[in-house]
Structures are given as C-alpha cells and as structure tokens.
Design a protein around this ligand. Structure first.
Ligand code: NAD
Ligand code: UDP
Length: 322
C-alpha cells in the first residue's frame, strides 16, 4: 500500500510511519513542522520506501499517488493551538479539503484524526460516538474543537457527495516517546519537570480527569480503522478507558522517576474540561481493538525517551500560566 501521512513528523504521525514501514508499505509524509519535529523521522531517512516533503497542507498539494491518506496534520496541544489558532482552523478546514480532493483523485481511502475535544466539556460520561458534545464555539479551545468539528462535517459530506471511502477516529489523550517536551501537554510536562527536579505543576485542584492511551495502542487502532472491513463512513473513539484524576498522574510521574520535585497547584485553565473517558465499545466490536498498556507500564516505557531528550537539550516547561 502507498500511504500518505499528513502530519507525519509529529508525535503520533511518526509512530504511524514506523508501523506502516514495518508492515512493508511505502510512506510519503507531508508536514510543515509547525508543531512537529524532523528529528522524529530522522531514523527513516535512509529507507527507500520513505519520503518526507516539507509542505503546508493549506497550500496546493504536490501530486502524491496513494492508496490511503492518514490526515493527522493539526496542532494538537492546548499550547500548540493556543499559539496558532488561525493555522489550526485553516489546517482543519482548507487542509482537510485539499487532502479529501487528493484522496478522491487517487481513489484512496481516507482517515481523519479527530479528537475527544469534539465532545467539549462532556455532559455524558463516558463519551460514546453518538454524543454530540458540549462545546463553546467562541471559547479558548474553539479553534481546535470547532476546527475538528468542521473537518468531521467536511469528511462525511465529502463522502456522501463524492463517494470517497472515509472514516473518522476521535482520539483521546495519548502519550509516549516523541511527545514533544515543550508542547505543554500534561504527561510531557510532568515527566520533564519530575526529571529536572522542578515543581510538578497541577492546574487547579487536580480532580479533573483524563484517560491516557499509550501511543503503540493508538497506532494499532489507526491501522485497523483504515483496514478493517466495515469502517467506511464510521466514526470511532480510540483511547484507553482507564480514567485518572490529574493529581494522581502527578504523583505517579513523581514516584516512577524517583523525583524530589514538589507537586504545586497553579490556577486552573479557563474552561477546563472536567472529565474525559472514551466509550470504546464500538472500536471493540468493529475493529476487535482495545488498549493493552496500562498507565504505569506506559510511563515506564516513556521515561527513558524524556531522559535522553533532556540530556540533549535540558529545558523545563515553565510553571507557566495554564
Ligand atoms: P503533533 O503536533 O505532534 O503532530 C501534528 C503534526 O501536524 C505536526 O508534525 C505538525 O507540524 C503537522 N502540521 C500541523 N499543521 C500542518 C499543516 N498545515 N501542514 C502540514 N503539517 C501540519 O500532534 P499529535 O499529538 O501527533 O497529533 C496528531 C493528530 O492526532 C492531530 O490531528 C491531533 O488533533 C490528533 N489527536 C491527538 C491526540 C493526542 O493525545 N496526541 C488527541 C486527540 C487528537
Ligand atoms: N495539566 C496540568 N498541568 C500541566 C499540564 C496539564 O494540571 O502542566 C492538566 C490540564 O489542566 C488538563 C489535563 O492536565 O486538565 C490534560 O491537559 P493536556 O494539555 O495534556 O490535554 P487536554 O486533555 O486538556 O487537551
């Protein structure tokens, strides 16, 4: 299979490229590095089956013949899309449109990486795919939430009108090696802070919850969502249904790194999402998929990458304002 991975130089995308190449596929990446890092793909440069084009998907696309398009391009962390709100909206609208047109031209299957953020601060818990969400269209997260909601609408309507074979996956919080230490997400922040002996910054009282999926589990789900029969036109949650209060994650990060860091509380983020946990019964049924890695085991596998990155470029995320 010839796979096109938009956003392949990012955290999830780079692991997806590894998995696709290991399965014998050829891979073309389009990435403008706005939140990604070419170092994530450096180990693949020598592979004849791999090429990476520096390209912004909001601009006309290079003609890249392909059988499957994985659309992962978008800033994804609150700090990332907070810094680039217009780029986030345009990538998810104009960029998604360009990739759908490309998929149509090549009769390629198309997968949109959407997000649990489409559920906003959910009033239904856990969140099934048929929950429509509780989103503020003009709030601090709206560039991402509404960008992804528009991308979903564009994808299903493009499929209906133009007959492209699409699927949408709503990804819940995912972590692992290559999660950029400076992108402000909770696990990179806590591990970087703990390893540096700096204060571990919990926003608010830490009782808000998230459910964390290890990246190899997610990549397995993405591959199944593209390949499994019966996924055309489907929307699927992918995430780990084990739910943790953020304060407990801070304690775990501290314990697993044997860190002397104090755990400190900073003011909560505006319009914080209070609870998040995926209902993955549909992915279990349609894909035969479920996560295999618990949080403690996944963190143990992630810590060495953060130690190595710290040795290359010591930097601690500031106890910065949330
Ligand atoms: P990331 O920021 O590490 O990767 C996104 C990649 O997209 C980066 O390499 C970035 O440079 C690239 N990109 C952004 N705009 C682009 C553009 N206009 N043209 C070309 N490339 C562009 O984020 P990630 O965590 O790897 O997320 C990947 C995808 O999964 C995103 O679409 C995100 O919304 C979705 N997602 C991730 C999570 C998570 O927890 N990691 C959760 C929900 C959804
Ligand atoms: N968080 C925190 N300290 C940090 C970074 C994040 O307490 O240094 C909290 C944040 O307030 C949120 C959760 O951790 O409740 C997850 O934040 P993240 O940015 O990883 O992703 P989100 O799920 O909010 O998009």
């Amino acid at each position: 299979m010839r796979a096109l991975v938009a956003g392949g130089a990012g955290f999830v995308g780079s692991h997806l490229c590894d998995a696709l190449l290991a399965l014998g596929h050829t891979v073309t990446v389009l990435d403008n590095y706005i939140t990604g890092d070419p170092r994530n793909l450096a180990h693949l440069e020598a592979s004849p089956e791999f090429r990476c084009l520096r390209h912004d998907i909001t601009e006309p696309l290079p003609e890249a013949p392909c059988d499957a398009v994985f659309h992962l391009a978008s800033p994804a962390s609150p700090e990332g899309y907070g810094r680039y709100p217009l780029e986030t909206l345009l990538t998810n609208s104009v960029g998604t449109h360009r990739l759908l047109e490309l998929a149509a031209r090549h009769r390629a299957r198309f997968l949109l990486a959407s997000t649990s953020e489409v559920y906003g601060d959910p009033l239904v818990h856990p969140q099934p795919e048929d929950y429509w969400g509780n989103v503020n269209p003009v709030g601090p997260r709206s560039c991402y939430d509404e960008g992804k909601r528009f991308a979903e609408a564009l994808t299903v309507n493009f499929a209906a009108q133009r007959g492209v074979d699409v699927r949408i996956v709503r990804i819940f919080n995912t972590y692992g090696p290559r999660n950029q230490p400076e992108d402000g997400r909770v696990i990179p922040n806590f591990l970087t802070q703990a390893l540096a002996g700096a204060p571990i910054t919990v926003y608010g009282d830490g009782q808000q919850s998230r459910s964390f999926c290890y990246v190899s589990d997610l990549v397995d789900g993405l591959l199944r969502a593209m390949d499994a029969p019966g996924t055309a036109g489907q929307v699927l949650n992918l995430g780990n249904p084990q739910e943790y209060p953020i304060l407990e994650v801070a304690r775990l990060a501290k314990a697993l790194t044997n860190s002397p860091s104090p755990i400190v509380h900073l003011p909560g983020r505006p319009e914080e999402i209070t609870r998040r946990r995926p209902d993955i019964s549909k992915a279990r049924r349609l894909l035969g998929w479920q996560p295999t890695m618990g949080l403690e085991e996944g963190l143990r596998k992630t810590i060495p990458w953060f130690e190595a990155r710290r040795a290359q470029r010591p930097s601690v995320p500031s106890s910065a304002s949330p």
